[in-house]
Every structure is written in C-alpha cells, then in structure tokens.
Ligand binder design. Sequence first.
Ligand code: NAD
Ligand code: IPM
Ligand code: MN
Length: 360
Amino acid sequence: MDSQKTSSRRIAVIPGDGIGKEVIPQALKVIRASGANVEISEFDWGADRYLRDGTTVPPDGFATLARDFDAILAGAFGDPRVSTNIHAKEILLGMRFKMDLYANVRPVRLLDAALCPLKGIEPKDVDFVVIRENTEGVYTDAGGVFKHGTPDEIAIQEDINTRKGVERIIRYAFEYCAHHTKLDGSPRRRLLMCDKSNAMTHAGGLWQRVFKEVGAEFPQIEKQHMYVDALCLQMVRDPRPFDVVVTNNMFGDIITDLAAGLQGGLGMAASGNIHPGKASMFEPVHGSAPPIAGKNIANPFGAILTSAMMLAHLGLAKEAEKIEAAVLEAVRQKKTTQDIGGTFGTQEAGEWIANFAGRL
Ligand code: NAD
Ligand code: IPM
Ligand code: MN
C-alpha cells in the first residue's frame, strides 16, 4: 500500500487538436501544482502529425499506452483540414474500442448557481453521473453504403448491442451507484436506464431485460427508466431527480452535451473512459472547437476537472481534491474565462488554479 502511494504514476498525454492543445497544458500545470507524483510523456497524435506524415496511431500505439502507462489524458480531436475526420476516429474511438474502455463516466455537477441556465437551480440540485456504454452501439462502424451516389443508394449504420456489452455497462453502473456518494456525502440511491425501447425494440428489449436481471442483485438501489426523448425534457425542466443514468453510446453522447449545458457549458464538463484494472483514458467532454482555437479563450476547467478525475482514479485523492477545490474557488471568485462570465484567458485561468491548488 505504501509503495503504491509513493510510486509515481505514468501518464500519457495526447493534447490532440484545436483547443485540446491549449487546455491540456493548463491541466498539466495544475496537476504539477497539486503535488501529484506523476511522470508525464507527451504524444503528438492528432491532425498536425497526420497531415505531416500520414500517421494517425503508430503501429504499436495502443499496446504502448496499455503496457507502459497508468492512465491517459487526452485533449480533443477534430480539425477542419481533415475532412474525413479519420485521425479522430482512429485515435479517439481507437482508444475507446481497441483498449476496451467500456465505461464512459461523465459527472454532471453545477459548481455555482450563476452557471446554470435554469431558474432557481442550485449546486445541490445538479449532482448526477451519466454512464455511457463506450464500445458498441452505432459507433462500431458496422454497415456500409451500397450503390453509392446513385438514386438507389442505401446507407446502413448498424446498432450493435451484445449481451456481454450491455451487461457489463449496466453492472458497472449499479456498482458505481452502490459505491459512490454525492458531493454532499449522501449515498447515491437511484439508477435510471435510458433507452428508446418503444421504437428500437430489439436493442431496447435486451437493455430492458438485462437491467431487470442485473438490478435484482442490487435490491437497495431504486431502478428507474426513461425514454431518451422524455429524459431530455426532464433534464431542462428539473434536473433534481437524476442520480446515476446508464445508457447506450449515442444517447450518452447526446445527453452529456445537454447536461454540460446545466453546468455552464462544454467548457466545464469532465469525463473518464474506464475499464477497471486497465490503463484508462480521461478527456474533457468538449471537442476541438476550431472557431475559438488559438485565441486563448477556451475554458480549461473541463480539462482541469478531468485531470482531477484521473488522479482520483489513480488513488491520488488528496491531490484531486485540491484541484476540485481550486476550480470551485475560481468559479466563486469569477477567476474564469469569458464563457462562464470571467475576463481571464485560458492561460490566466489555468495559472490561477495552479497557484491556488499549490497553496492548499
Ligand atoms: P465542440 O465541443 O468543439 O464545440 C461546441 C461548442 O462549445 C462551440 O461553440 C465551442 O466554441 C464551445 N466550446 C467547446 N469547448 C469549449 C471550451 N473549453 N471553452 C469554451 N467554449 C467551448 O463541438 P463541435 O463544434 O461539434 O466539434 C468541433 C470538432 O471537435 C469536430 O471535429 C468534432 O468531431 C470534434 N469533437 C471531438 C471530441 C473529442 O475529441 N472528445 C468531442 C466533441 C467533438
Ligand atoms: C464525445 C465526442 C465523440 C463521440 C466524437 C468526437 C466522435 O462527441 O466524446 O462526446 O461522439 O463520442
Ligand atoms: Mn460528444
């Protein structure tokens, strides 16, 4: 235990494209200021490298990440110069799929009432977690285009839902609910499964049956269900009832952008792509935001909170808490970027957090 506590954690860092290259350096600054014992190795995977030499992921790339690192911190991938988005697909979805990081954990927390667009909603009202299936669904690229470009063209995008895949994410979500508390220390009690089983009956049927079966092993957890459309309405009408939500890959993608809106926007949302026991990957929920890239205006807090999530996952709870406390204080004092009401640039906001965290 002691040796684990003192040994340094090996982190692979892939800033990627656009604002990923601006927010990740701030996250690294803050990690260092927190006193976390980490060894950082940076990787240049992204659009620039792809445009330079055609490499998306080097041949042994994923094996190296899995073998030589405890965790991966990634920025964002997507660049208007790469219209196919092939590099993003191979790097980002490659990590999720090939490293089998099946649980995409996306906490939704409101740090200050001023950041929420809903009337009368306070931080205690928004503290839930979306657990998104991360290795199958419509993201597997199964399907194809036939009679391309003709009036008879057929485009098929398969929705893959395996018994094993559905069961492991639902089980992960129940375990998560059973073992995690809310920010105020109270236990999590409810798991809501979100699907579209009224229209997508084959996949939805499997999710429904598995939710019921696995749920029987967790009698203490209240089970709920909502169709994804109704859930979107509920999220903006009153987010207070949400606790833990489990859903498929695409619905999880969509509802976590909506949920980011409750937190103050995409610049505030953190996430982890997790396979217990394997090197997991942490990234802010936002993308590369090309229109604001290179201007020192992107909000680094999503990336910084993501780094705290990564440190907590690696057993560095104290350092993670310092970082979260510093972000909370920055939000309270409006030491933030413009998107959430402050006047700081990306670097100044990162610097402020690093200084504050360094004094804790
Ligand atoms: P986006 O998340 O990049 O931007 C959506 C909106 O949110 C924009 O208005 C942007 O300015 C704003 N925004 C995002 N992050 C912000 C931040 N940190 N601070 C302030 N404002 C922020 O999504 P998009 O515009 O749909 O996609 C742009 C590119 O990013 C595309 O290539 C897309 O495929 C890619 N993308 C990548 C990831 C990822 O790598 N994880 C995630 C989402 C999108
Ligand atoms: C996300 C992103 C990705 C996704 C894109 C870039 C493929 O939107 O991480 O939320 O859809 O998973
Ligand atoms: Mn998304």
